[in-house]
Design a binder for this molecule. Structure first.
Ligand code: ISL
Ligand code: CA
Length: 557
């Protein structure tokens, strides 16, 4: 089947924060329909929709209580069908979020499984406790604390790697796999273009032995990328996905390069692409919360590893779990616009399918909350509790939460300078950033040098250029804040030079300017603060194309 998804740009929507049409403060499906023209004008051909299924919202929809119905706060199934067809009319496919590691505890399967004699008992992972009222093993979850919850009704514990309202399904039970196949067919038959598969590499628990000591996700060696998960992915592909023109991108937790290769190797027939986290953790110690210094040199190393290690990457800098990239790797102060464009330059000159998260295309920043009580995310509260138990002082705790909280990405999209940022006429479920008067879609639409218009240019540049889409990635140079790499296809070559710093720098590249975040039309080797430039074919004095080895771009002291 054709690999159309390699040609496309994906736009991720987190529905509750996207656009509210009935002023209840929660974004909805009619709101998405009302903005389809904006998404089309950006050049995206796919929308990945974070969950809109029925859910009690213990984890904002990632706890599903009915996979075949739409939660009333988002609209109706008719709205959903309308969205699929209205998107199709604009050449856009809708991709659903497939959250199948766990369901909500309010899902009827789980309700039935609380009865020991029910055929549904074995849909979940139930175990008796250890003597002395202790849970069945020592595992800890992603949201911290034990993964076991005691259920008085049947006198046993059930496993939940996330919130206690998100019980894990039992993938040793073939009936569960068959149920999932039916759910996938249900949505594919409605015309969706594929799935983003939530935490897909951890669905299969090989054993329930105690885990090695670590604070969060203790026990992960028993369920990360197990043979069972690979087998199930192959089966879902063979029995379901292969019969539709669709793609899958799987979120893969704590995966290394070899693991990601296995999950996305076309020969193996599992996933088409994987989301990994390495490139966003250059300035983090183990996962997201503990900061360390950002080094561009390290970023280039990580990019190189994945760009050269995988045949095809899922390229992303933001999603609903990550801080805003301009606040993270950029400068959300004086150089906000310029650094947001630099990050866009990087995103669209790497090899893979680019994903844009709502609001990224206007350079939205992290939230401006000043205390924990303004946050909604369950993870932030749990992390705060956990680090408090290690006696981390309040100021440092807040600093970590503030920079890494998932709510950074979840504040409402800033559409205009009107009250409620044009997102809602009511009280938003999560506070709007006060900077909406300066940073909003409408203002940027009308301004040629806006971040929004730069995104449009970069999407268009990639779309028209096979070298940027399919060329080989070659790292060229990294020093202090500057990195450079090129993309090569046949005789064609493009070089990207990025200055990740607020200081001027030099990099001796020559050649015609293909993209510039400061509106250059020629390049002489001097870089402004946060400057990004893409140069066309680099040609030497005799008209010969430089081979992409240093020093086609080299440091100038
Ligand atoms: O390990 C992590 C990142 O370094 C975790 O953030 C983990 O990958 C993440 O929490 C998994 O996310 C997905 O599944 C969760 C849900 O809360 C997230 O929103 C979703 O993206 C449980 O469904
Ligand atoms: Ca609404």
């Amino acid at each position: 089947m054709s690999q159309w998804w390699k040609e496309q740009v994906v736009y991720q929507i987190y529905p509750r924060s996207f656009m509210d049409t009935n002023d209840d403060g929660v974004g909805d499906i009619p709101g998405i329909i009302s903005k389809l023209d904006e998404i089309r004008s950006l050049g995206a051909g796919v929308i990945w929709l974070s969950p809109v299924y029925k859910s009690p919202d213990a984890d904002n929809g990632y706890d599903i209580s009915d996979y075949r119905s739409i939660d009333p706060k988002f609209g109706t199934m008719a709205d959903m069908e309308m969205l699929i067809s209205q998107a199709k009319a604009r050449g856009i496919k809708i991709v659903m979020d497939l959250v199948i590691n766990h369901t909500s505890d309010e899902h009827e399967w789980f309700q039935k499984s609380r009865d020991k004699d029910s055929p549904y008992r074995d849909y979940y992972i139930w175990r008796p406790g250890k003597p002395g009222g202790k849970p069945p093993n020592n595992w800890t979850g992603f949201f911290t604390g034990t993964v076991w919850e005691y259920d008085g009704q049947s006198g046993e514990y059930y496993l939940h790697l996330f919130h206690k309202k998100q019980p894990d399904l039992n993938y040793k039970n073939q009936k569960v796999v068959e149920e999932i196949k039916e759910i996938m067919r249900f949505w594919l038959d409605k015309g969706v273009g594929g799935f983003r598969c939530d935490v897909i590499n951890i669905i299969y628990k090989s054993s329930l032995e105690d885990g090695k000591y670590q604070v969060v996700a203790r026990g992960i060696e028993h369920y990360q990328s197990q043979e069972g998960a690979h087998r199930i992915l192959k089966e879902l592909r063979r029995d379901v996905l292969a019969h539709y023109d669709c793609f899958t991108v799987g979120e893969s937790v704590m995966v290394d390069l070899d693991g990601a290769k296995q999950l996305s190797d076309p020969e193996r027939g599992e996933l088409d692409m994987v989301f990994y986290f390495d490139h966003l953790e250059v300035d983090r110690v183990v996962a997201r919360y503990i900061p360390k210094k950002f080094r561009a040199v390290k970023l280039l190393q990580v990019l190189t590893k994945w760009q050269q290690g995988l045949d095809w990457n899922a390229l992303y800098l933001e999603n609903h779990d990550q801080p805003r990239i301009v606040s993270h790797y950029g400068d959300d102060g004086v150089f906000r616009e310029r650094s947001a464009k630099l990050l866009a330059t990087m995103l669209f000159t790497l090899r893979g399918t680019p994903f844009i998260y709502q609001g990224q295309e206007i350079g939205m920043t992290n939230f401006d909350f000043t205390e924990l009580s303004q946050l909604r995310d369950v993870e932030s509260y749990n992390i705060d509790k956990l680090i408090r138990s290690f006696f981390v002082p309040a100021r440092i705790r807040w600093n970590w939460i503030r920079t890494a909280s998932r709510d950074n990405a979840r504040t409402p999209v800033q559409w205009s300078a009107e009250p409620g940022a044009g997102f809602t006429g009511g009280e938003p479920w999560l506070g709007v950033n006060a900077n909406y008067k300066d940073i909003n879609y409408r203002e940027q639409q009308g301004r040629p040098d806006s971040v929004l218009n730069y995104y449009k240019q970069m999407v268009a540049l990639r779309a028209s250029n096979d070298t940027l889409k399919y060329g080989k990635f070659i790292p060229l140079y990294a020093k202090a804040g500057v990195i450079a790499y090129s993309r090569v296809l046949g005789e064609e070559e493009y070089t990207t030079i990025l200055n990740f710093s607020g200081k001027p720098a030099r990099a001796a590249g020559t050649g015609p300017v293909v993209a510039s975040n400061i509106g250059r039309d020629s390049f002489d080797g001097s870089l402004s603060p946060w400057e990004a430039v893409v140069l066309g074919k680099l040609v030497d004095g005799r008209g010969k194309v430089f081979r992409p080895v240093p020093p086609s771009v080299s440091p100038v002291p």
